[in-house]
Each structure stands twice: as structure tokens, then as C-alpha cells.
Design a protein around this ligand. Structure first.
Ligand code: PGA
Length: 250
């Protein structure tokens, strides 16, 4: 497989600045010389603290969201210009908590995707079905729609700045992980969706991370699967003891 593994930590709404600095420093030390690609996505108020710590290391700097508009009267939102100013390279978009708790729909996420790409960012586009959707046999269809709609209008030439994260909603923060086989089935399906949209070559290159209760104990089995190219890690990314072994798997 020519794709390289990419492990990202989504710190969600955790940590204060001193805690974030400690974690970032420990990760820089723990991942030095690591053989995969890495990213941390701290909360907005922590980015300026974490940026100088990870700068020049093998850990990229991410944000967990951005506004759909470049700037303007959008109280409480954070713009791509502000993120660029802080040195952010990658933006996570369409996370299930954004979709389901904050009701972001595919059209809004697509607007963010296009804006982020236009401003030179890389992005991690999250897709994934709820438990009800899985039980109704709709997991593939939901992931297909979220992928197609999320990437609407994205030029083939920009696809090398897009990573997809398959995150089944029922596995996020619940301790329940998709089996490597079930996850791989969806990853393979999403890869086919990319092939239909952009051709087989683009599909083969697409990095598709798995997210949802990834832990040191299950990371290697998940990533051994043909179509699983890394992980988007929430809870276990908050401690070096759990993130480093995941990130250094293999
Ligand atoms: P989790 O979260 O690892 O805590 O399940 C994953 C995510 O939401 O990205």
C-alpha cells in the first residue's frame, strides 16, 4: 500500500493552556522520530499556546472547526483567516458532534470545505452513521451522501489536501469500537465513492482514517486493515500514555 498512516488527536473541549502546553511538549518528545504522519487539534483558545511547541516538529497543527464565511458579523464563530494567522494547517470539518449536536448539515459543511481549501488548508472531513441508521442498513448510504455532498464542487487537484475520517457516531466516546472488519467495509465503500467521483487513482491515494474509541489495545488491528489508513482519536488523544502508543503502532 502506498498510502502512509496518519494519526490525528482531536482534543475536543478539553484542557486549559498550561495543560495543553504540557501535553503538546510531551507529545513532541514521545513522537520524535515517529514513522507516521501526526496532527493535534486543540480547542481554539489553546492553538496559540500549542503552535510554537509543535512548530518544526513532525506534529501538524489542526483546528476542530471553522466558520463557513471568511469574516463578518458572525458572533461566536472563528474564521479561516484567524486560523491561518495562528499557523493552523488542517481543519477538521463535519465532525459528528458538529453534525448532530450543533445541527450542521451537508450544505454548510460543504461551504466550509470549499472555503478551507480555497485558503490553502488541508482538511479532515468526517463522515459516519448513527446507530439507528446502521440498524436500518443505511450505514453505506449515509457515508456516501456525506462524502458526495461534503466534496461537492471540490476540484480533483485539491483532493490531495483532503483526508476522510470514518467515524461511526455510535462508536464515538462510547468505548464501543467498530470491528476492524466492519470499519474496513465502510472504508472500502467510501473509497469506491471517491473512485466514482474522482477516478481510481485518486481513490487509491485517499487517506481514510477511522475514528471512534480508538485505544492502544485496538489501534494495530484496525490499521492492519487494507482500507484503514490511520485514526482520528478523541479521548485517548488527551494523554501521552494512550496517544503515543496509538501513534507509534506498528
Ligand atoms: P473518541 O472520539 O476517540 O473519544 O471516540 C473520536 C472523535 O470524536 O474524533
Amino acid at each position: 500500500m502506498s498510502r502512509s498512516y496518519y494519526i490525528a488527536g482531536n482534543w475536543k473541549m478539553y484542557k486549559t493552556r498550561p495543560e495543553a502546553a504540557d501535553l503538546a511538549k510531551a507529545l513532541v518528545a514521545g513522537l520524535r522520530g515517529g514513522k507516521h504522519k501526526y496532527l493535534v487539534a486543540p480547542g481554539f483558545t489553546l492553538i496559540e499556546t500549542v503552535a510554537p511547541i509543535v512548530k518544526g516538529t513532525n506534529i501538524r497543527l489542526g483546528a476542530q472547526n471553522c466558520a463557513a464565511e471568511e469574516q463578518g458579523a458572525h458572533t461566536g464563530e472563528v474564521s479561516v483567516l484567524q486560523l491561518k494567522d495562528l499557523g493552523v494547517e488542517t481543519i477538521i470539518l463535519g465532525h459528528s458532534e458538529r453534525r448532530h449536536v450543533y445541527k450542521e448539515d451537508d450544505a454548510l459543511i460543504n461551504k466550509k470545505v470549499k472555503l478551507a481549501l480555497q485558503h490553502g488548508f488541508e482538511l479532515i472531513l468526517c463522515v459516519g452513521e448513527t446507530l439507528d441508521e446502521r440498524e436500518a442498513g443505511r450505514a453505506e448510504a449515509v457515508c456516501e451522501t456525506q462524502t458526495v455532498e461534503g466534496l461537492k464542487g471540490v476540484a480533483a487537484g485539491d483532493l490531495n489536501r483532503v483526508v476522510i475520517a470514518y467515524e461511526p457516531v455510535w462508536a464515538i466516546g462510547t468505548g464501543k469500537t467498530a470491528t476492524p472488519e466492519d470499519a474496513d467495509t465502510i472504508h472500502a465503500y467510501v473509497r469506491q465513492v471517491i473512485a466514482k467521483l474522482y477516478g481510481q487513482g485518486a481513490a487509491e491515494k485517499m487517506i481514510i482514517q477511522y475514528g471512534g474509541s480508538v485505544k492502544p489495545e485496538n489501534a494495530a488491528q484496525l490499521m492492519a486493515k487494507e482500507n484503514i489508513d490511520g485514526a482520528l482519536v478523541g479521548g485517548a488523544s488527551l494523554k501521552t500514555e494512550t496517544f503515543v502508543p496509538i501513534a507509534q503502532f506498528g
